[in-house]
Design a protein around this ligand. Structure first.
Ligand SMILES: *Cc1c(COP(=O)(O)O)cnc(C)c1O
Length: 320
């Protein structure tokens, strides 16, 4: 039996990250309120340190290291925001960090990870297994492995974003959360069920990678091949064992949206709210817009999960 994290862990995580993570703003848009016919509150994690909510979980997990773990260091595998979150958190805490990244990861992401002081180890994503490389490094050098989502301290840290949102705006009728491996959604679920248990909680995935929806509906974790979608933060192949247990217990439904819907939301955020939001960060709003009439007159929360997108890519997506 897994010991699942609880809202008490989210509260402690909030104390640990205080003064290190930003308390990100909650923004609103009259244009979007009119379009949806609801009051919509955006929790802007694109304005979080290193550009995504992942700093919360990474910093919380590393803060819990004992003296031996701090000395030996942390290892993780990620080509995306978790890599930068671990590298930045580790450098703030004086912990050596090793990041296993595919050799075809964007050069900008590798450079950003190195810029935060992380040691990058490359592997071939077609022939090698990143989890095995991470585990081998952990064993050989006594490093502690912190995976991107399936870890109680990571989940508790991610739950602080929804906690802050509820503290700032009070009760919500519905909350929309992006879903990849489920760290953000399961953490948000802990906060939602503790603070406003009757709020309807939705996870939102890209249509092409609907393993979470299939898992939720079938009651068992579904594995898929790496999905083809512009939402690179949600290209996970399966939920984790901790995240799945919390999601199946606490989440009301999992919805999907198309890449075209994500691009429409990127355009909206940039034009109307002056926000750069990466494709994955648009999942929540895209689902809320698609729901239309059902949200009329309601108070709706949307977690905008991140803003790390190359501007050239941003522009080419808007023109595609
Ligand atoms: C990692 C990530 C997600 C998905 O989070 P999970 O905890 O894996 O579900 C969503 N948006 C952004 C910007 C991310 O970096």
């Amino acid at each position: 039996m897994l010991t699942l994290p609880t809202y008490a862990d989210v509260i402690v995580a909030a104390e640990r990250i205080k003064g290190f993570a930003h308390r990100t703003p909650v923004l609103t848009s009259r244009t979007m309120n009119q379009e949806i016919g609801a009051e919509v509150f955006f929790k802007c994690e694109n304005l979080q340190r290193m550009g995504a909510f992942k700093f919360r979980g990474a910093f919380n997990a590393l803060s819990r290291f004992n003296e031996r773990q701090r000395k030996a260091g942390v290892v993780t595998y990620s080509s995306g925001n978790h890599a930068q979150a671990i590298a930045l958190s580790a450098s703030l805490l004086g912990i050596p960090a090793t990041i296993v990244m595919p050799n075809d990861a964007p050069a900008a992401k590798m450079a950003a990870t190195r810029g935060y002081g992380g040691k990058v180890i490359n592997y071939d994503r077609y022939t090698e297994d990143r989890e095995k490389i991470g585990n081998d490094l952990a064993e050989k050098h006594g490093l502690t492995l912190i995976p991107p989502y399936d870890h109680p301290d990571v989940i508790a840290g991610q739950g602080t974003a929804a906690k802050e949102l509820f503290e700032d705006v009070g009760e919500l009728d519905a909350l929309f959360v992006c879903l990849g491996g489920g760290g953000l959604l399961s953490g948000s679920a802990l906060s939602t069920r503790a603070l406003f248990p009757s709020c309807t909680l939705y996870g939102v995935e890209p249509e092409a990678g609907n393993d979470g929806q299939r898992s939720f509906r079938s009651g068992a974790i579904v594995h898929i091949d790496t999905p083809k979608t512009i939402a690179d933060g949600a290209q996970t192949q399966h939920l984790g064992s901790y995240t799945f247990e919390i999601i199946r217990r606490d989440v009301d439904d999992i919805l999907t949206v198309s890449d075209a819907q994500l691009v429409d939301c990127m355009r909206f955020f940039a034009e109307r709210m002056k926000l750069v939001v990466e494709p994955t960060g648009c999942l929540g709003l895209a689902a809320a817009r698609a729901m239309g009439g059902e949200l009329k007159g309601k108070r709706v929360g949307v977690i905008v999960s991140g803003g790390n997108v190359d501007l050239d890519r941003f522009c080419s997506l808007l023109h595609s």
